[in-house]
Write a protein that binds this ligand. Structure first.
Ligand code: 13P
Ligand code: SF4
Length: 308
């Protein structure tokens, strides 16, 4: 049987089982193309947590990484949240533990803690408010001027927010190992080859790379801006999975990755077979211990409240 026919059969079985299970499939913009195409909703971290918070589906299959499924589980304790492969972690999220955050808080006891959603439930539970790449600037602006701010774990997103808001913050030294691979020399070369191209970067890029972009946006922000722009060439400084959505939504435009190695192995562990198996076997359910869940939910709810 051809690969296409196999894929069609898998997709048909996923759709059938999804109905039987009363499930919804949420997928992040960095997932492989075939997962993006079968998903009910495709989006950035904020959009996916907003969808999770609103859906009445009995089962949420989260095609993304662990912290995203965990955020959905925190928001939807009465629904089953499945992650098709438990090895889908996040290099940045693993860089900070709740213990390390508690130590930082002890040094700055009056600081407000802003935590990027790319973090564990335990770290969220130690935080006052969460943010994503699309609302981090607004979240920080919502904090009274006279309050000190601890921002964890992404130092580059934190740096970007400081440049946008003028707020000095205490930054943790985490970063995304995937976006870190994008070098200014890569971007320089892409710009030299495509001098008229629009340059869009994700705020997890280093400050030097972000400074070379026309705009710094979340993954869905990159998709929206690419559609809005009259430019026919777009250089994208972000994870490669986003190119599938960009090319599908803008077939007449050319998308140039700033770096060919910006591939998140965690995002890429999901595939159609694992998604089908996840629905068949109801694997792997993501659950959060109630005491942690309650405290982490407060931080996520505060973020969702100001992002309506
Ligand atoms: P977005 O919130 O922009 O989708 O980014 C999530 C992420 O993990 C990027 O590396
Ligand atoms: Fe984590 Fe970076 Fe992968 Fe996003 S791209 S999931 S921040 S490792």
């Amino acid at each position: 049987m051809s690969t296409l026919a196999t894929e069609e059969r898998l997709v048909a079985r996923i759709h059938r089982l999804k109905e039987d299970r009363q499930a919804v499939i949420l997928a992040h913009n960095y997932q492989v193309g075939e997962i993006q195409d079968v998903a009910d909703f495709l989006g950035d971290s904020l959009e996916l947590s907003q969808k999770a918070a609103l859906t009445d589906a009995k089962v949420i299959v989260f095609c993304g990484v662990h912290f995203m499924a965990e955020t959905a589980a925190i928001l939807c304790p009465d629904q089953t949240v499945l992650l098709p492969d438990l090895s889908a972690g996040c290099g940045m999220s693993d860089m900070i533990s709740a213990k390390e955050l508690r130590a930082l808080k002890a040094e700055h006891p009056d600081a407000v803690v802003v935590c990027y959603v790319n973090s564990s439930a335990e770290v969220k539970a130690e935080s006052d408010i969460c943010c994503t790449s699309s609302n981090a600037v607004n979240v920080v602006r919502s904090i009274p001027e006279d309050r000190e701010i601890i921002f964890v774990p992404d130092q580059y997103l934190g740096d970007y927010v400081t440049r946008q808001t003028g707020r000095k913050m205490i930054l943790f030294n985490g970063y995304c190992p995937t976006h870190f691979r994008i070098m200014t020399s890569d971007l320089q070369a892409a710009k030299a080859e495509h001098p008229d191209a629009l340059v869009l970067a994700h705020p997890e890029c280093t400050p030097e790379v972000s400074a070379m972009a026309d705009q710094v946006l979340s993954t869905s922000g990159i998709c929206l801006e690419s559609q809005k722009s009259e430019k026919t060439e777009v250089i994208v400084a972000s994870e490669l999975g986003i190119l599938h959505r960009l090319q599908k939504e803008n077939p007449e435009k050319e998308f140039i990755p700033a770096c060919k190695w910006c591939d998140c192995a965690h995002m890429k562990v999901n595939n159609l077979e694992k998604l089908l198996w996840s629905l068949e076997e109801m694997q792997y359910p993501i659950e959060v211990e109630p005491l942690i869940r309650e405290r982490a939910k407060n931080a996520i709810d505060r973020m969702l409240e100001i992002s309506k």
